[in-house]
Design a protein around this ligand. Structure first.
Ligand SMILES: [Zn+2]
Length: 97
């Protein structure tokens, strides 16, 4: 099933100010960041580690890489099947700060 997500306002989350969420995503996904996670987006530059919630799944907060356009999209986004969702968890953040 294709994941659908909504971008959530990172500023409302504790530890939002960790400076590089893309680095966090890379570390825990163990994948290089190649493209925006939106299913038809081929944007591969200036990707942003973005806080998202699945709209058809659990209620956890995840980080995925999105381009600046999809990062600021307020609507539901369909995500590529191969995208790794990296859950937001305290230990990881503390390690990387
Ligand atoms: Zn995009």
């Amino acid at each position: 099933m294709m994941a659908k997500i909504k971008v959530i306002d990172g500023a409302s989350i504790e530890n939002y100010h960790y400076e590089n969420w893309l680095k966090y995503w890379k570390k825990y996904s163990e994948e290089p960041v190649l493209y925006c996670a939106e299913r038809s987006c081929l944007c591969c530059g200036n990707l942003i580690g973005t806080h998202v919630k699945k709209t058809n799944g659990d209620h956890n907060i995840y980080i995925i890489p999105l381009c600046p356009i999809h990062h600021s999209n307020k609507h539901e986004i369909h995500v590529n099947n191969h995208t790794k969702f990296v859950p937001l968890h305290q230990e990881g953040i503390l390690e990387l700060v």
